[in-house]
Design a protein around this ligand. Structure first.
Ligand SMILES: Nc1ncnc2c1ncn2[C@@H]1O[C@H](COP(=O)(O)OP(=O)(O)O)[C@@H](O)[C@H]1O
Ligand SMILES: [Mg+2]
Length: 259
């Protein structure tokens, strides 16, 4: 089964090679956790490392702001657009939701650049425009449309805050529609705010179940080793695992003795 590499090495490792081709992936997290950054990096890496053109659809930001933010990571989106490898679409959810809205908006860029990847920033934004009951149906329609166009999609879902593993009703509804879910969440460890990433589900594939620390660096998202010695990170109140602490105490006690 071909994989779609994010080219973020540790993330690809967690995904056993990358996303499955054509899958709809939900990228969930609260504001400021790095969703937009990760999504842009996925598209930019697609262009520069996998020869896979991509489309970025946003309801949240203006073009200038996106070009500028991307430039800060050394991602030249304008150049990619000129080379027909990238398209930035800033639009309103209403347009996408109109009958055939998806097609109207996306058909031309699809013909022009033959994209393999797409990001919707954000799917949760649609919630403001449609009743909760309609949300699932509209999201389903959109996801299916993207699949018929052979696009591997990254659908951003902004959550108030992910506490533990609990999701809202809509999020639970959404989670059945997507093939893979990645969450980004802030964690407080020893009085400092850090960030964690986890693959919650991946249909049809094994994946890393551990929570891994990540950081937003000037070169983009960098994933670090798993938080092996912390418990309770998902519940938001991590503490160093007792066994680990005990083991360290024992080790240092023995270390001293043997000297
Ligand atoms: N060029 C940069 N270098 C390092 N960190 C950055 C850079 N640009 C943004 N960030 C960090 O990324 C955070 C926002 O990330 P973003 O992807 O916009 O989050 P989200 O889309 O989840 O709201 C900022 O709060 C900031 O800490
Ligand atoms: Mg964002």
């Amino acid at each position: 089964m071909p994989r779609v590499q994010t080219s973020i090495p540790e993330l690809d490792e967690m995904l056993k090679g990358g996303f499955m081709q054509g899958d709809a992936v939900m990228l969930a997290g609260s504001a400021g956790t790095g969703k937009t950054t990760l999504a842009l990096q996925y598209l930019v890496n697609g262009v520069t490392r996998s020869r896979e053109p991509g489309i970025y659809v946003t309801f949240e930001q203006l073009p200038d702001q996106i070009y500028r933010d991307a430039n800060n990571f050394n991602w030249d989106l304008r150049k990619m657009e000129e080379e027909n490898k990238f398209r930035l679409i800033c639009t309103s959810p209403e347009l996408l939701l109109e009958a055939d809205g998806g097609e109207n908006l996306l058909d031309a860029p699809i013909k022009e650049i033959h994209p393999r990847r797409i990001v919707i920033d954000s799917l949760s934004h649609l919630e403001m425009y449609i009743a909760e009951k309609e949300m699932r149906k509209e999201a389903y329609r959109l996801i299916m449309y993207l699949k018929t166009k052979d696009l591997s999609s990254l659908l951003i879902w902004e959550t108030p805050q992910i506490i533990g593993t609990s999701f809202s009703v809509t999020e639970v509804g959404m989670s059945f529609l997507v093939d893979c879910i990645i969450i980004l969440k802030p964690v407080e460890i020893q009085s400092s705010m850090r960030k964690a990433l986890a693959v919650l589900k991946m249909r049809g594939s094994d994946h890393d179940k551990r929570l891994r620390e990540f950081d937003i660096t000037p070169a983009g998202i960098k994933v670090m080793p798993p938080f092996t010695d912390y418990e309770g990170i998902m519940t938001g109140s991590p503490r160093k695992s007792l066994t680990n602490e005990a083991a360290k105490a024992w080790a240092s006690a023995f270390g001293r003795k043997s000297k």
